[in-house]
Design a protein around this ligand. Structure first.
Ligand SMILES: *Cc1c(COP(=O)(O)O)cnc(C)c1O
Length: 375
C-alpha cells in the first residue's frame, strides 16, 4: 500500500467508483427518454424521498436555497415579516429571508450542538414574527419539541433547514417531518449529493404541498392562468436519476460517517490530543448523520494552517456569523451580541469524515493533529 501524503475533506471520486455503472445506466436512460425536466424520474425520486423522510409529500426543486425560498413563499412571508433563525449557518438560510424583504431575527446557539437555543427564542418574538427557521447543523437535529411548543403557543410556522441533515432523527422522527416544511439540498457535498444543483421540500400538509407544486412552475394552474406568482424551481430529470441511485446507498454511507466519527471521538479522547476539544454530544434519541465532523479546538487558525501544510482538507463552517455580515449591517448586529455563535466561529474546524475514509487516512489526520498540539 502506498504511503499517504494527504487526505481530502471529501473524496467524491472514491464514492463514484462504487456506483459508476449504475449512474451511467441511469443517465443513459434519461438521454434515451429525452425527458429532461420533472417527469417520471423526478416523480419517482419524490416518492422515495417522502418515504425516506416519513412525510406525505416531497417536491423536487432546483437547489437547497430554492427549497427555502419556495417554502417561505408558500407561507406567504411578506415584506417586514420577522423570521427567527440562527446566525451560525450557511448564508442561504438568512439570504432567502432577505430576498423576500422579510427580516432575519438572529437567536444565539447552544454551545454543545451548535444549533439554535430554544430557551432564547421567546425573547425574540414580536408582533411581526411569522416563522421560526431552525437549521439542523452538521447533520444533527435541533431540539424540535421545544421549537414546536413555542411555535404553537405563538401561532408561528416552522420551516426546517435540513440541508445538512437528510436521514437525521429527533426522537425517532426524521428531519423534514418535524416542522411545517422541510428543506433539503442535494449540493454535491451534502450526504446525498446530485451531479449539480438540486433540492427538495417535504411536508405533511396537503394544501402547502399543492401550493409548492404550483409555485415551482411559476404558480400557473391551469397552465398560463396565474392566481399566484412562483418561479422556476424545477428539478432536472438527470439529477433525479442520479439521486435515485445514490439514495439506495445513503444509509450505508451514513453508517460509514458514524463509524468514522466514533473512531475520531475515541482516538482524540484517548490520546488527550486536544485539551479543550469538545465532541458535540448527540441530542438524546437522535440520529446524527455527520455531514460534517466539527471539533472545537485551541489555536484553530494555526491548526488549520498546519493541516493544510500536511495536505489534509479542512474547512471552517462558518467563520463569520450572519449578524456580522456586511450585507446585514442595516439590521444593527454588533460583535458580542451572539457570544456563543461568535466563539464557535473562532473555534470550529471541520475535518474529513466521508464514508470511504480509510483507517490509515483517519490515523494520518489524528497524527497530524497530535503533532500540532504536542510539538
Ligand atoms: C447547503 C446549504 C443550503 C443551500 O443549499 P444549496 O443547494 O447550495 O442552495 C442551505 N442551508 C444550509 C444549512 C446548507 O448547508
Amino acid at each position: 500500500m502506498s504511503k499517504i501524503d494527504g487526505v481530502p475533506l471529501l473524496d467524491l471520486k472514491a464514492q463514484y467508483a462504487t456506483i459508476r455503472d449504475d449512474i451511467q445506466k441511469a443517465v443513459d436512460e434519461v438521454f434515451e427518454s429525452q425527458y429532461f425536466i420533472l417527469g417520471p424520474q423526478v416523480k419517482a425520486l419524490e416518492e422515495e424521498i417522502a418515504a425516506y423522510c416519513g412525510t406525505k409529500h416531497a417536491i423536487g426543486v432546483s437547489s437547497g436555497t430554492d427549497a427555502l425560498l419556495l417554502a417561505l413563499m408558500a407561507l406567504d412571508i411578506a415584506p417586514g415579516d420577522e423570521i427567527i433563525t440562527t446566525p451560525f449557518t450557511f448564508f442561504a438560510t438568512a439570504g432567502v429571508i432577505h430576498r423576500l424583504n422579510a427580516v432575519p431575527v438572529f437567536v444565539d446557539i447552544e454551545p454543545e450542538t451548535f444549533n439554535i437555543d430554544p430557551a432564547k427564542i421567546e425573547a425574540a418574538i414580536t408582533p411581526k414574527t411569522r416563522a421560526i427557521l431552525p437549521v439542523h447543523l452538521y447533520g444533527q437535529c435541533v431540539e424540535m419539541d421545544e421549537i414546536m411548543a413555542i411555535a404553537g403557543k405563538h401561532g408561528l410556522r416552522v420551516v426546517e433547514d435540513a440541508a445538512q441533515a437528510i436521514g437525521s432523527e429527533y426522537k425517532g422522527r426524521r428531519a423534514g417531518s418535524l416542522g411545517d416544511i422541510g428543506c433539503f439540498s442535494f449540493f454535491p457535498s451534502k450526504n446525498l449529493g446530485a451531479a449539480g444543483d438540486g433540492g427538495v421540500v417535504t411536508t405533511n400538509d396537503d394544501e402547502l404541498a399543492k401550493k409548492m407544486v404550483m409555485m415551482r412552475v411559476h404558480g400557473g394552474e391551469p397552465k398560463y392562468y396565474h392566481s399566484m406568482v412562483g418561479g422556476n424551481f424545477r428539478l432536472d430529470a438527470i439529477q433525479a436519476a442520479v439521486l435515485r441511485v445514490k439514495l439506495k446507498k445513503l444509509d450505508e454511507w451514513t453508517a460509514g460517517r458514524q463509524r468514522n466519527a466514533a473512531d475520531y471521538d475515541r482516538r482524540l479522547g484517548e490520546a488527550g490530543l486536544v485539551a479543550d476539544k469538545v465532541v458535540p454530544p448527540p441530542v438524546k434519541q437522535s440520529r446524527h448523520i455527520f455531514n460534517q465532523y466539527v471539533p472545537r479546538v485551541r489555536d484553530r487558525d494555526a491548526l488549520f494552517a498546519h493541516l493544510k501544510a500536511k495536505n489534509i482538507g479542512c474547512d471552517i463552517y462558518y467563520p463569520i456569523c450572519l449578524h456580522l455580515q456586511e450585507c446585514f449591517a442595516h439590521l444593527g448586529g454588533k460583535p458580542g451580541e451572539m457570544p456563543v455563535s461568535e466563539k464557535a466561529a473562532e473555534e470550529v474546524i471541520a475535518i474529513p469524515i466521508y464514508s470511504e475514509l480509510t483507517k490509515e487516512q483517519r490515523a494520518y489526520v489524528i497524527d497530524a493533529i497530535a503533532e500540532f498540539y504536542k510539538g
